[in-house]
Design a protein around this ligand. Structure first.
Ligand code: BES
Ligand code: ZN
Length: 749
């Protein structure tokens, strides 16, 4: 389960977004802040992200802020501090007030709705001054209409165990003035006898609790009314816990019985208006619901304090962002009485209001440790809908593949469904879908609840922080995604083609964010708080940016990426150009971009700058261009710088083999004696008639007999011919270190 969410959560929070805690504790951004609220956004005080480490997209950022530990604290307050919250009792209202207070602190406008009346409720509040009550400190039992209603003060006394209460021997001698615990019998006569026996021995109060069977507290009446003492019914957990405590020593209980005649139920509704729609008349509504009430006798930690714990954590995190959707958090009373509060609420919605609903995400039993339970999105008709679909997409984003959809009503989502609002129940349940070929649509499945369901044992032990976290990430993530503004970025090439797999980034003033890559259609949907963003798209190494896109309402942004390389026109030096040493000439080139027209251009020397002709030989000249999108191009040419050559020897000569032949030439000045290319001068025999080479060229033996000297503005190369060359023709080859070659043919006798 945890592993499928691929996160060491705590670690991530500390290392990746360290310093965030400080930012969050500064409080919330008021909804009215709106617009470009960059400075106030939590996280904006992080050190600027580098291009290599962009911030996560807002979906990831928000999910990263959900912390089920906060949910657990809310659940504990509701289920432990307040305790069971039966519809129509003060505890249901206390729950509503607690939720309302938290929502107010997050900047929500809060309304407590009263509706009803509902059926009369008779309840006992059972507490202890000398023992920690398991699952307590507030127990709830059924108060029998046949007993006394003490009011909140109640009666306080020690507990004695009288077994079945059917025979005298079962009653301790000191029963008088004590609270008598006896087995609850399903037989009305047996029950009546037990209570009458206790009353005749002077009991202060009577507790009839199921001896076994993991039952919820029973309501009952007696054939003999007992108006003098409170008579209450407890569940089997109560009897087991009481007998366990009694085995350790004396136990004092206070039992306060109250009858609430036709009371009103309570809902709490928190509204956070959208930026730009403070009066709530036009903005789409994203709603999260949970029920406040629990069944008689049950602390309702899982059912359904857990739902409110998740709603409140979603509210906390979302309250930190300016949003263009209206966010509503509903805490409904009377769900266990038949969806009473939710039905009362949807009845208050006008047609115009209903039409604004994006959907209702109902959180009911959102994290039991009960192993067979899985996360289900259950709809009244078993069909998927927008709310379910969005949860699936959110699950995919966080890497959770355990979400399933099937059919069930039995919670407040039914009330929304019935008035045409897309809704789904999110629940951790051992739900068994119908066997194929039956489908969830018409048929629906069966389910097995955890053993604590609707029992006094639905305590904090029935809460799994890990599963709550999954619910927050998956369902809370879906809610957040819908509460944010959506932008569809379309990446297009300069040729007008959609660019698949293009990297999309945004900078909304709080650092660059990696939004992901475009799909096959060249599109990517991303969500944002209500701010102005710059969007960049990178494809094939080229980046295009649209700046200052105002995000309001779902809309599309087109970004055209220039994939075309810039062009380079290089006029001077031309490839292969030859310049005489020391010639003064300038470089001339231009770089152009197909879209913007402009491209950066860098050459070996700047455009218009002097070409280097100060040394002989071949010179590379390079021009590099880069356009606005980052496309590059480069061009390389080679030019040659040569000596000003002047020959003072004829192209054809004759002489005697073995003689020295003076070869005079000028290079326009004294260039030193090291002016030949390696291996030169050389000579090669050629055919006297055709001039065609015969055999290989041989370097002249130099220094040896041949030598070069400079004097009087001229070079004199004294070429010593070989005696063995008599009666041949040879070509003298003078290749210079400027890359030029000069030749003469001599006929030797
Ligand atoms: N949290 C339950 C929903 C539920 C449904 C739990 C199915 C387990 C299985 C809800 O609070 C509840 O108990 N609903 C009632 C029905 C309601 C209309 C009174 C139920 O399922 O009995
Ligand atoms: Zn329930």
């Amino acid at each position: 389960m945890r592993s499928s969410l691929r996160r060491p959560r705590r670690l991530e929070r500390l290392t990746v977004i360290g310093g965030l805690a400080t930012a969050l504790s500064l409080g919330t951004v008021p909804a009215s802040a709106g617009g470009v609220q960059l400075q106030a956004l939590p996280g904006s005080n992080l050190t600027a992200a580098t291009a290599d480490a962009p911030l996560p997209d807002y979906d990831k950022e928000i999910v990263g802020r959900f912390d089920s530990a906060n949910s657990v604290n809310h659940i504990r307050h509701l289920a432990v501090d307040i305790g069971p919250r039966l519809n129509g009792t003060p505890q249901e209202r206390e729950g509503a007030e607690y939720i309302g207070g938290i929502l107010k602190s997050y900047g929500f406008k809060v309304t407590l709705q009263q509706w009803g009346p509902v059926s009369t409720k008779r309840v006992a509040k059972v507490t202890s001054s000398d023992a920690d009550l398991p699952g307590g400190p507030n127990w709830q039992m059924a108060a029998s209409a046949s007993g006394k209603f003490t009011g909140d003060t109640g009666v306080k006394g020690q507990v004695v165990d009288a077994g079945t209460g059917q025979s005298a021997t079962e009653f301790p001698a000191d029963t008088e003035g004590k609270i008598v615990l006896m087995d609850y019998s399903t037989n009305a006569t047996v029950r009546n006898t037990a209570v009458a026996n206790a009353v005749s021995r002077g009991a202060l109060a009577v507790v009839l609790a199921y001896p076994t069977g993991n039952s919820a507290p029973p309501s009952f009446t007696l054939t003999t009314p007992q108006p003098g003492i409170p008579v209450v019914g407890g569940g089997s957990a109560h009897s087991a816990w009481l007998r366990g405590l009694l085995a350790k020593g004396p136990l004092t209980l206070t039992i306060a019985t109250n009858e609430y005649a036709n009371p009103m139920g309570t809902n709490v509704i928190g509204i956070r208006p959208a930026v730009g729609d403070p009066d709530g008349t036009t903005a789409p509504i994203v709603m999260v619901g949970a029920h406040i009430d629990s069944v008689l006798g049950a602390p309702g930690a899982h059912d359904d304090a857990s739902g409110n714990g998740v709603s409140l954590e979603v509210a906390r995190v979302l309250s930190q962002y300016p949003l263009d959707k209206e966010l509503r958090i509903g805490g409904f009373g009377g769900e266990e009485g038949g969806l009473l509060g939710a039905r009362a609420y949807v009845n208050t919605l006008t047609a115009a209001e209903k039409a604004r609903f994006v959907g209702e995400w109902q959180m009911d039993m959102v994290g039991t440790p009960y192993e067979p339970a899985r996360l289900w999105a259950l709809t009244p008709n078993g069909q998927s809908n927008y709310v379910v679909q969005e949860a699936y997409e959110s699950a995919a984003r966080v890497g959770f593949d355990g979400l399933r959809n099937c059919r069930l009503g039995q919670s407040d989502h039914q009330a929304f469904y019935d008035v045409g609002i897309p809704s789904s129940l999110f629940i951790w349940l051992d739900y068994r879908p119908p066997a194929p070929p039956a489908v969830c649509g018409p048929t629906g499945g069966t389910y097995v609840t955890e053993p604590q369901y609707h029992r006094p044992t639905d305590t904090m032990d029935n809460i799994s922080p890990e599963r709550l976290q999954t619910t927050l990430d998956v369902v809370g993530g879906a809610v957040a995604h819908n509460a944010l503004n959506a932008v569809t970025v379309s990446a297009l090439s300069d040729a007008g083609q959609p660019l698949a797999g293009a990297q999309v980034r945004a900078d909304c003033g709080d650092g660059p964010r990696a939004l992901g890559t475009t799909g096959a259609d060249g599109r990517l949907k991303a969500v944002f708080p209500h701010i102005t963003c710059d969007f960049s798209v990178t494809a094939e190494g080229a980046t295009a940016t649209e700046r200052g896109v105002a995000i309001s309402g779902d809309h599309a942004v087109k970004v055209t990426v220039d994939l075309t390389k810039p062009t380079i026109s290089l006029t001077r030096p031309a490839d292969g150009a030859v310049y005489t040493l020391g010639t003064a000439t300038t470089a001339s080139y231009r770089c152009e971009d197909n879209l913007s027209g402009i491209a950066g251009c860098t050459g070996t020397v700047p455009d218009g700058g002097p070409l280097d002709t100060s040394s002989v030989g071949f010179h590379d000249f390079t021009v590099k261009a880069v356009d606005n999108a980052g496309n590059t191009a480069s061009r390389k040419v080679t030019y040659q710088v040569v000596y000003p050559w002047q020959a003072y020897f004829p192209e054809t000569m004759s002489g005697k083999a073995g003689s020295a032949v003076p070869i005079k030439f000028s290079l326009g000045g004294d260039r030193g004696t090291d002016v030949f290319a390696p291996g030169y001068p050389a000579s090669q025999q050629v055919a006297c008639d055709t001039g065609k080479p015969i055999g290989p060229a041989e370097p002249t033996r130099n220094p040896g007999n041949s030598k070069i000297s400079y004097g009087g503005g001229q070079y004199n190369y004294v070429w010593k011919t070989d005696k063995s060359w008599s009666d041949t023709c040879r070509q003298l080859q003078l290749k210079l270190d400027d890359g030029t070659g000069h030749f003469a043919v001599i006929t030797l006798r």
